[in-house]
Each structure stands twice: as structure tokens, then as C-alpha cells.
Write a protein that binds this ligand. Structure first.
Ligand code: DGY
Length: 339
């Protein structure tokens, strides 16, 4: 079969996902994980019809300048703050992401971080491993913060936020949420969650989980003022994007005891972690792995492949990519190969 299209995959991907692409297109897949410079990204994208990229690949108007060929970009993530969607749309490039397949896994991980931070799992394990458990334990050693019976606050009540909320029943927690748009009543009932304004959420939550997408408009939505409004001794978890939190202010709030603990999976300047956070034992830190279960990462890879194939007009869903971000392009442009 003559392969009409060429597709670049910017980082190593599961072999079975690559094999699906390989059946239909000429595949250029990177064999090693690496950070591409803006110039490298521009060069690679200029030479292909579609690409699967990751969060550290930033695509904006400059990346696309002069690119006459690219038709589809599939982001291996649900969040797409690495993509300038307006620039992609202007350039006629369909952008796709990987929503839904990672909701439950990411929600599981929010709870892992929340439990670990509230019950001091990271610090206690480091202490044990370093050979410091040499005698009997005092009754007031390793005291953490309870989850059961407390109030869970969720800022950002999209599909992942809702999945976090649904798990709270098992801990007998009251759930409050804030979202720009209040959810339909039926969804609120399913999540057993009540909408409140943001100041109330901050003031009443014992544990606050951030699950909202990052936009320039909500940069540092949790800064010094918001941290000061939170309950003393509360716990903050961020599974969304680092830019939502002023990390220096968070470190100061933790050091002052305003917050008891934090669980962070995302950072403002990944892979760099603010040194003041690294220095604090009461912060559980993980390297942006919220969606990293074996099944979910495979499902994300296959969804990205589905988007590329369908976006190029190939395969069983030709012309109907499952999760486009700028679907208006599907109606505006001629079908691939028919221009
Ligand atoms: C996402 O999908 O946006 C996650 O942050 C990456 O795993």
C-alpha cells in the first residue's frame, strides 16, 4: 500500500500503538526521550502531516510559521496548555487531546497524594529507611490529619474533579466544590458535592484538591492571599498544573504551619521543583505521574493514534477524530486528500 502521509511521534510510545500507525502512514518515531528545542520542533513538524507530541513540546505560532503541511497534532495529555489553540486553528491544524481515558486513574492518584500528605507517608518512610526507628514510638510521633469526617474541597469540577468527589463517600467526607459553572443538579447528586463560591471553598475545606485546567487567567489562583484564607492546618493537593499555585507562597505557608501538608504532582517549571518545597518534609512530591497506570497510559496512546488516523482521513473513523479540541476545523476544511 502506498503510504500517503507521514507522522512524527516526538517520544517513545508503546509498540502496539506505533504498529497501528505504521499500518497506514510513514512513521518517524523518536526512540529516546528528549526535550526538543523550539527549532527542532519547528523542523520536525514542517516535514510531516501529523504528529503525536507530549506536554513538554510547546507549539505556538512561531513553531508553525511557514508550515504548509501539518494537519493534525495529537497531544498525549488531557491538558493542552502547551498548545496555542488559536495559532493552530488559524494555521488549519486540528488539535486533539486525551480526555476521559485518564479520569479515574488521575482521581485515584489525587487520593494517593492526599492520603500520603495528610498522614505523612513520605516523611515517615524516609525516616524509617534512614534507620531512625530504633526505639519505641511516642504517642505523639507522626501525628497526621484525618480525612474521614472532614471537608474535602475541589477547585475545578470537570471530569477528574468529579471522579475525585465520587471517591469521598468512602471516607465519609463532606464535599464542597467551586467551578466557574455550577454542575447540573443530577451530577451534584452523583458526586454528593455542593457548589460554593471560591472564598467559602478556601475557608471551609480541610483538604483542598486542585483539578482545574491551567489558563493564563488562573495563573497563581492559589497565592499568598488564598493560602492565608485556608483553614489553619489544612492540606493542599495539586494534580492539575503547577502554574495554578504560587510555589514560593505555598512553601512559606507550609513553613509557617498555616498548611499542615501538601501533595504535589505538578510544578510551575517542570522538571525543576522549587527548592523551598524540596526542603520541606511535609510535602509529598511526585514527577507529574497522575495518569501513569499501565492501562491508562496505553489507552492514552491509542486515543492519540485514533485522533491522528481519523484526522488524516484514515482508518475506520476517518474524518471523525474522537477528541478534537478545535472541532470547528473538521467542518471548515476539505477532507484530507480531497483539497
Ligand atoms: C494530562 O493528561 O494533562 C496530564 O497532566 C499528563 O499526564
Amino acid at each position: 500500500m502506498t503510504k500517503r502521509y507521514k507522522v512524527w511521534v516526538s517520544r517513545p510510545l508503546f509498540a502496539e500503538a506505533l504498529a497501528r500507525l505504521d499500518q497506514h502512514v510513514t512513521l518517524v518515531a523518536e526512540a529516546t526521550e528528549r526535550q526538543h528545542s523550539p527549532a527542532q520542533l519547528r523542523e520536525r513538524l514542517a516535514d510531516v502531516d501529523a504528529a503525536i507530541i507530549g506536554l513538554s513540546d510547546r507549539v505556538d505560532a512561531a513553531t508553525l510559521a511557514g508550515n504548509e503541511r501539518l494537519r493534525v497534532i495529537a497531544n498525549l495529555a488531557v491538558g493542552y496548555n502547551n498548545l496555542d489553540i488559536d495559532a493552530l486553528t488559524r494555521a488549519g491544524v486540528l488539535a486533539c487531546n486525551t480526555p476521559d481515558v485518564l479520569n479515574e486513574t488521575t482521581a485515584d492518584y489525587a487520593w494517593a497524594l492526599l492520603l500520603a500528605a495528610a498522614r505523612r507517608v513520605g516523611a515517615a518512610e524516609r525516616w524509617l529507611r534512614s534507620g531512625q526507628w530504633t526505639g519505641t514510638m511516642r504517642i505523639d510521633d507522626w501525628l497526621g490529619v484525618d480525612l474521614h469526617g472532614r471537608t474535602l474541597g475541589i477547585l475545578g469540577m470537570g471530569r477528574i474533579g468529579q471522579a475525585v468527589a465520587r471517591r469521598a463517600g468512602g471516607f465519609d467526607m463532606r464535599v464542597l466544590y467551586h467551578n466557574r459553572h455550577r454542575l447540573p443538579e443530577v451530577t451534584e447528586r452523583q458526586c454528593a458535592a455542593r457548589w460554593v463560591d471560591q472564598p467559602t471553598l478556601l475557608a471551609e475545606s480541610d483538604h483542598l484538591v486542585l483539578a482545574l485546567p491551567y489558563t493564563p487567567g488562573n495563573h497563581h489562583i492559589i497565592g499568598a492571599a488564598e493560602l492565608a484564607r485556608m483553614k489553619r492546618g489544612s492540606v493542599l493537593v495539586n494534580i492539575a498544573r503547577g502554574g495554578l499555585v504560587d510555589e514560593a507562597a505555598l512553601a512559606a505557608a507550609l513553613a509557617a504551619g498555616q498548611l499542615a501538608a501538601a501533595g504535589l504532582d505538578v510544578y510551575e517549571d517542570e522538571p525543576v521543583v522549587h527548592p523551598a518545597l524540596l526542603a520541606l518534609d511535609q510535602v509529598v512530591l511526585s514527577p507529574h505521574l497522575g495518569s501513569a497506570s499501565a492501562d491508562t497510559r496505553r489507552n492514552m496512546a491509542h486515543l492519540a493514534v485514533d485522533n491522528v488516523l481519523a484526522g488524516l482521513g484514515l482508518g475506520s473513523a476517518a474524518g471523525d477524530p474522537p477528541t478534537p479540541i478545535n472541532p470547528q476545523l473538521l467542518h471548515a476544511r476539505p477532507a484530507p486528500g480531497k483539497a
